[in-house]
Design a protein around this ligand. Structure first.
Ligand SMILES: C[S@@+](CC[C@H](N)C(=O)[O-])C[C@H]1O[C@@H](n2cnc3c(N)ncnc32)[C@H](O)[C@@H]1O
Length: 411
C-alpha cells in the first residue's frame, strides 16, 4: 500500500497513476477502486414501514468509542443500531450518555487501557461495527517519555482497538485538521494500517450542513469494511451559507439558525427552570423534529447568566461582527495580547488563521458557525444581547429537546 498512497498537495495518487481528490478516496487491499454504487450495510434489511433506514437488530453489536455525551450513538440508535458498549474518559459525559442513549458507558482512558481489556469488557464478541471520533491532537497518557511519539496518539489507539476487536465495519470521524496533521502523514499512515488489516476504506470530507444540520461543520469520515464492499456517500441534500463556509448548489437551503432556535422561546435566568416554548405549536419542520418526544412541559437547559455587566459591547455588535469590530476599550485582555502579538511579529492576520474572535454575533438567516466547547461563551444570539444557551447549542448540533444532562460542547 505504501507505494499506492502518495500525497501530492491535496491529492492521493493511486497505483496506476489515477489521482483521487484527497478528500474523496477509496482504498482497498486490492488497490484503489473507482466509485461504484451505494451498498447498504451487509446483513441489514431496509426497514419496511418504520420510516427508519434499517430495521433494529439487537444481534448487531455496536461499539461506541470516545462516546462523549452520546450524539453519534444516539443517531445510530435512531437508525436502529443502538450501541451496547461505549467507552469514554469523562464521567459527566458518560452519565449523560447513559441517561439518553439508555445503554452502558464505561468510564475508561482509551489511551492506556489495552485493546484486549476493551475486548473482554465487550464480552469478547466480534462487533458488527465500531463507531467513534477520537480527538485529533489527543495523546494517550501512557507516560511522559513517549508523550510526543505519534503512535501514542488516540487516533492510533482507535486503530489498535479495531485491530483487536475486528469489527465488520468501522466509522471514524474527525476534524479536518486530521488531513494536514503531520503534513498529511498521520492520515496516510492511519489509512494504510486500516487497509493492511484487510479493510476497504472510504475517506471523505463532508460539511454536515449539506445533510440538513443548521451549522457549517466540516468533518473527515473514514468508513471501512472487511467484506470488500465499495459504496458511495449519500448525496448532498442542502445548500448552505454560514458567512464563512458557503455552497449554493441549487439545492434547498439547510435550516437556518433562526429556524433552529426561535421555537425555544425566551431563555430563563434559572438553571433548573423549565421554560415555555415560543408557541404551543411548532414554528416549522426543524422545530417540530426537535420538540418530538420531549415529555417535559417546556424547555430545559435554556438559561442565561443574570449578570448583564457585559451587555454594553454586545449591543454594539451587528450580525457577523466580532470583538475586533468593537471599540478597543471593549477588547478582552487576552484578545488585546494576541492582536498586538500579530502586529508585532509582522505576519498578516489572514496568514495566521485570522484574529481571535473572542465574541461573535451569528446571523439568524444563515446557518450557524461550527459549535465547539467555546460556543456558549463566544457565540452571541442573532438578536438578543447574550451568548447562546446550552439548549440552543444542542439544537444546532441536532440534539432533540428531550436530550438531558448536557454540559457544554466538545467539538
Ligand atoms: C469529539 S468528542 C466525541 C463526541 C461524540 N462523538 C458525540 O457525538 O457526542 C471526543 C470525546 O473523546 C473523549 N476522550 C478524550 N480523551 C479520551 C481518552 N483518553 N479515553 C476516552 N475518551 C477520551 C472526550 O472526553 C470527548 O468526549
Amino acid at each position: 500500500m505504501a507505494d499506492r498512497l502518495e500525497r501530492a498537495g491535496h491529492r492521493v495518487r493511486g497505483a496506476n497513476d489515477e489521482v483521487f481528490s484527497w478528500y474523496v478516496a477509496y482504498f482497498s487491499p486490492q488497490g484503489l477502486s473507482p466509485v461504484s454504487r451505494f451498498r447498504t450495510f451487509e446483513g441489514l434489511t431496509p426497514g419496511a414501514d418504520t420510516g427508519k433506514m434499517y430495521s433494529m437488530s439487537a444481534d448487531h453489536l455496536v461499539v461506541s468509542l470516545f462516546a462523549g455525551a452520546g450524539g453519534f450513538s444516539y443517531g445510530f440508535s435512531q437508525a436502529g443500531l443502538k450501541p451496547r458498549f461505549a467507552a469514554e474518559i469523562d464521567g459527566d459525559a458518560c452519565r449523560s450518555y447513559e441517561l439518553n442513549v439508555g445503554s452502558p458507558c464505561h468510564q475508561v482512558d482509551l489511551g492506556t487501557i489495552t485493546p484486549t481489556a476493551v475486548k473482554s469488557m465487550a464480552n469478547g464478541e466480534q462487533p458488527f461495527i465500531i463507531i467513534g471520533g477520537p480527538p485529533c491532537q489527543g495523546f494517550s497518557t501512557a507516560g511522559p517519555r513517549n508523550a510526543t511519539d505519534p503512535r501514542n496518539r488516540l487516533i492510533f489507539n482507535y486503530l489498535a482497538i479495531v485491530e483487536e476487536l475486528a469489527p465488520k465495519w468501522f466509522i471514524f470521524e474527525n476534524v479536518e485538521g486530521l488531513l494536514t496533521s503531520g503534513s498529511g502523514h498521520d492520515l496516510a499512515r492511519l489509512v494504510r494500517e486500516f487497509v493492511s488489516l484487510g479493510y476497504s476504506v472510504r475517506l471523505q470530507k463532508v460539511n454536515l450542513a449539506a445533510y440538513g444540520v443548521p451549522q457549517t461543520r466540516k468533518r473527515v469520515l473514514i468508513i471501512g469494511n472487511r467484506m470488500g464492499i465499495d459504496f458511495d456517500f449519500p448525496r448532498e441534500l442542502y445548500s448552505y451559507d454560514s458567512g464563512k463556509a458557503k455552497k449554493t448548489s441549487g439545492l434547498p437551503m439547510a435550516p437556518t439558525l433562526d429556524e433552529a432556535v426561535a421555537g425555544l422561546g425566551r431563555a430563563s435566568f434559572d438553571k433548573s427552570l423549565v421554560s415555555d416554548y415560543a408557541s404551543v405549536t411548532a414554528l416549522g419542520p426543524f422545530d417540530e423534529a426537535m420538540r418530538k418526544g420531549n415529555i417535559e412541559s417546556g424547555v430545559t437547559q435554556h438559561f442565561q447568566a443574570r449578570d448583564n455587566s457585559d451587555k454594553a459591547p454586545l449591543e454594539l455588535l451587528g450580525p457577523g461582527q466580532t470583538m475586533k469590530d468593537l471599540p478597543p476599550e471593549y477588547w478582552h485582555d487576552s484578545f488585546k495580547r494576541r492582536a498586538n502579538r500579530r502586529v508585532a511579529d509582522g505576519t498578516p492576520t489572514e496568514k495566521r488563521g485570522g484574529a481571535p474572535s473572542g465574541i461573535k454575533r451569528l446571523h439568524g438567516n444563515l446557518q450557524s458557525l461550527t459549535i465547539t466547547g467555546a460556543a456558549s461563551r463566544e457565540f452571541i444570539h442573532p438578536r438578543e444581547h447574550r451568548p447562546l444557551t446550552i439548549r440552543e447549542c444542542a439544537r444546532i448540533q441536532t440534539f432533540p429537546d428531550r436530550y438531558s444532562g448536557l454540559m457544554s460542547y466538545h467539538d
